[in-house]
Design a protein around this ligand. Structure first.
Ligand code: DC
Length: 220
């Protein structure tokens, strides 16, 4: 039997990462944050002076990065060239360019192949296109959404940053991301609107949905 995959998609700030890590821990599965892979590529492009519109150069760079899982931690998590994700991946420089980098089909092909390889042994996989393209056969598909004002205020709290640039950056990223991946759930995904919910409430709801779906499929 193939390994269990839980796909979690949704826009920036909808609460995916907190939920995905916690679910992975509970279900004893690896946690794969695919946004970090696009961010890592963006950071390396910045450091090496690669143009975020040069699809071929970016795809070549993506092939040079070694993505893996660290199986020594619980839940097992992504490593990039042997190290866990750095703070730099959340910087404003990366964030303002990542949507452009992620928009190239050639780049996405390279990273999607890596995402499938990394989830061969199962996982809670978080991103934008997991339930639709990366793992259309996922056992469970969750789609998180939240009102834009709430997604912005969560970011401000997470990063202790001033409101205006955070709001502008998030709106800009939403618009660019939507051109690459339509911000809507896969037909067979369960949508959870996290507006006004605490992270505990989101977790309880997602866990109940996940357990229900896995039981239906005779998986756990
Ligand atoms: O999840 P995140 O905000 O860290 O993702 C960073 C960027 O990467 C996001 O703006 C869109 C892109 N992304 C993507 O195109 N496909 C994914 N599966 C994950 C992220």
């Amino acid at each position: 039997m193939s390994a269990v995959i839980v796909a979690i998609d949704g826009p920036a700030g909808s609460g995916k990462s907190t939920l995905a890590r916690r679910l992975a821990q509970t279900l004893d599965l690896p946690y794969l944050n695919t946004g970090l892979m696009y961010r890592a590529l963006t950071l390396q492009a910045l450091q090496r002076g690669v143009d975020p519109d040069d699809a071929d150069a970016l795809a070549a760079l993506a092939r040079e990065i070694t993505f893996d899982l660290d199986w020594r931690v619980r839940p097992p998590e992504l490593t990039i060239d042997g190290s866990r994700a750095s703070e730099q991946l959340q910087s404003a420089d990366v964030e303002s360019r990542v949507s452009r980098v992620a928009s190239h089909p050639h780049v996405r092909e390279v990273l999607r192949a890596e995402q499938r390889r990394l989830s061969e042994r199962g996982g809670v996989v978080e991103g934008r296109d997991i339930g639709t393209v990366v793992a259309p056969h996922a056992d469970v598909k969750l789609y998180l959404q939240a009102a834009q004002s709430e997604r912005i205020s969560r970011r401000i709290n997470e990063r202790s940053a001033p409101a205006e640039p955070v709001g502008d950056a998030l709106s800009a990223r939403d618009a660019l991301d939507a051109r690459t991946n339509p911000l809507r759930p896969a037909g067979d995904a369960v949508a959870i609107d996290t507006t006004g919910m605490t992270s505990d409430q989101v977790y309880e709801k997602a866990l109940a949905t996940t357990r229900g779906r896995l039981a239906q499929r005779g998986r756990r």
